[in-house]
Design a binder for this molecule. Structure first.
Ligand code: NDP
Ligand code: F7E
Length: 317
């Protein structure tokens, strides 16, 4: 068990995931949390990161800082998704080793697994085949992060662990239609179409790919679980164990938002990987399980969207 006064640095503490982890840690009584915005500390700058870590000497680091985006952003900006993520994670992980950070939690994504791997995806399937082309750049960066932490475990015996969440959604999500993931994009599109006399909604691809969705507060609980317990292995999947087609997701969000028009599918946009359902038995065996079911999570996210609707004009990329 970690001391509740331990100094914990949450990299990316204003993002969807970082802010959920911050809230969960506060709720569980952790008192010494630190965070920096990208304006205050650009994690791509090695010297600045090392100076910050040397000055602060955190006991624990949770890395929720990354260049993040949906299928189109990943496909259109391969260099940024590869390079910025490698820079951010290398500076944080190597800096942590240098200043003797006791525990490091690295967050990756289910896209690290091969495009046509057997389903559900077990942690062992890493590096057994080729990646999905729309996000291979981001995936290569994330695989490098997993392997860097694994190398530190092997060579220095430190508690550096990687968690691979499935597709996430929730409060503080990115609702910008160019850079967002599918679930917040659909909430915004159906809501705005409803407001616009139930106009038709245009969605991307064929609607046939399958995706698994985890509410971000559940992921935050999994991360705090990993912080409270020394996990025996280097890599853990985090998800719900259930997926649905993009078309079924669209119908569910259409119901929640109350939109009554038609849905059109834009086949010029990519489908991405056909399926990426996580095998989450390792986390279940240790005692973590998700709590928020999809429809409930979508309602919470839609309510948050409505409460914060004025902020969505900003484009993230
Ligand atoms: N969203 C999803 O569906 C999934 C996300 N993940 C992983 O979870 C983690 C967090 O993602 P999420 O919360 O969704 O992303 P967000 O875009 O919401 O947050 C990313 C955070 O990273 C920070 N950041 C980005 N670049 C820099 C930089 N150069 N210097 C300092 N800080 C930087 C941002 O800081 P600031 O706000 O100050 O600019 C922001 O707070 C990532 O590792 C991602 O790969 C994994 C699976 C799915
Ligand atoms: C988390 C994960 O996220 C990304 O992978 P992805 O799951 O393919 O991403 P996505 O959420 O953007 O799309 C899922 C599916 O949904 C379809 N889709 C329909 N209509 C919209 C739409 O309006 N917007 C978006 N974004 N997608 C749409 C879309 O065509 C695709 O079939 C990578 O960043 C990857 O690196 C990663 O880790």
């Amino acid at each position: 068990m970690i001391n509740k006064n331990a100094k914990i640095y949450i990299a990316g503490h204003r993002g969807m995931v970082g802010s959920a982890i911050w809230r969960t840690l506060e709720k569980q009584g952790y008192t010494n949390l630190i965070g920096k915005t990208s304006k205050e500390l650009d994690l791509r700058n090695q010297q600045d990161v090392l100076e910050f870590l040397e000055a602060e000497k955190p006991e624990i680091i949770i890395d929720a800082a990354a260049k993040v985006g949906g299928i189109l952003a990943n496909n259109d900006f391969p260099y940024q998704f590869l390079m910025e993520n490698i820079q951010i994670q290398n500076n944080l992980i190597d800096g942590s080793l240098k200043v003797d950070v006791k525990k490091f939690i690295f967050l990756g994504s289910s896209c690290i697994y091969p495009k046509f791997a057997p389903q559900p995806l077990k942690e062992d399937y890493l590096l057994t085949d080729s990646l999905e082309p729309t996000n291979e750049w981001y995936a290569i960066a994330k695989i490098t992060g997993v392997k860097t932490c694994q190398a530190i475990r092997k060579q220095f015996g430190k508690d550096y662990v990687s968690m691979m969440p499935t597709n996430l959604y929730g409060t503080h999500d990115n609702f910008d239609l160019k850079s967002s993931h599918v679930l917040p994009a659909m909430i915004r599109k159906f809501h705005e179409a409803k407001e616009n006399n139930n106009a038709n909604v245009v969605l991307w691809g064929s609607g046939t790919p399958l995706r698994e969705f985890l509410f971000v507060d559940d992921l935050a609980e999994a991360v705090v679980f990993a912080l409270d317990n020394e996990l025996p292995e280097y890599l853990y999947n985090v998800g719900t164990g259930t997926d649905l087609t993009i078309k079924d997701l669209a119908e569910l969000i259409q119901k929640v938002t109350g939109h009554q028009g038609e849905i059109e599918w834009d086949s010029s946009k990519p489908d991405g990987t056909p399926r990426k359902l996580m095998d989450i038995s390792k986390m279940h065996d240790l005692g973590w399980k998700h709590r928020v079911e999809l429809e409930d999570g979508i309602r919470k996210t839609y309510n948050w969207f409505l409460e914060n609707i004025e902020n969505y004009k900003e484009v993230k990329l």
